[in-house]
Write a protein that binds this ligand. Sequence first.
Ligand SMILES: [Zn+2]
Length: 383
Amino acid sequence: MSRFTPCLSCRQEYDSPEDRRFHAQPNACYDCGPSVWLETAAGERLPNGDPLQQAVDCIGRGEILALKGIGGFHLVCDARNPMALARLRERKQRPHKPFAVMAANRASLAPLVQLDDGAEHWLAHPGAPVVILPKTRQALLPEAIAPGLDGLGVMLPQNPVHWLLFHQAAREPWRLVLALLWQLGREDLIEQRVGQHNGWSSVLQMLHHGFNCPLSSSLGRVFDAVAALLGVCDLQTYEAQAAMLLEARVRQLPSATSGLWHITPDNQLDLSPLLEHLLQADNAQAGAECFHANLSAALADWVIRAAREHSIENIVLSGGCLLNRWLRAGLVADLKGHGVRVFLPQALPPGDGALALGQVWVAIMRANIKPEEDSTDVSGSTG
Ligand SMILES: [Zn+2]
């Protein structure tokens, strides 16, 4: 800390006993804190745009990125791209020595290598070591990564820049559109809808291989996908941007259309008919209105069935998606119309903060219950 010179306002926060950042060593801001930049091989700093997005684009184009970390440079390229691997081998003059593969999480590694408890332990280790594991039988990655070997060195992200280079994908709802079209069996529309984005064909190949594309059950991701599908938001620069832009397109809610959702025998809500219907939306406003009306009707239908089955009269609604006023209004009206009482968060916002508070409350209640009485299992989900 002594060698770091903060800006004046950070200094004041650090020095003031009444400030909540008093002697907080990681205190820094956009002016004086760490920064990220990208340089060409000739050492010229790229002036415009988000350097992380530019780095992701470089990798997507098959280029090689030198990533400066705590222990030196990491050379990074797209492990699915044989041309990029060949170039990296040539530049490093490393014709055969195996390369390690980094993936965003264990779910992404599962199709590549055989994971067991020992592997999971080392992958989760704070030192983030390269863990050598037997390859799975599916040949999902080019042989050039570890030629002739039956093991593969894998690792998870080690530092914040690695994380930023991943989770970047979550900020690109067009990827969800691609996955959605593929799931709906409309591969014919993919190039027309997302062909302008770097890396779309590799994402499609990944889908064909069932690789690195965990299907999300989060309602937030459905909003992201629909926003991109309707052309409202292809790239997000802040959390929930796509959902908020989609909400802003709505002027009034039309009536819901029956048949645009169904509930499976194992009680899953299937929105695929609605999503397919939205492919024919006349414009973003009509699409956004149709989506909100039918989503709230579908959720209400799902809740009402469960309430009837379990004789429940009181329903508590929470989750960040309830910040969406159209969803909230539609859902509350439908539920009340079916005679149940609806409770919404009053003193706290409906997102993750209140969820955490609820979990603390449950923990306190459980701590007060004697172990032999404690037979309930409590878990939380952000949905
Ligand atoms: Zn500062």
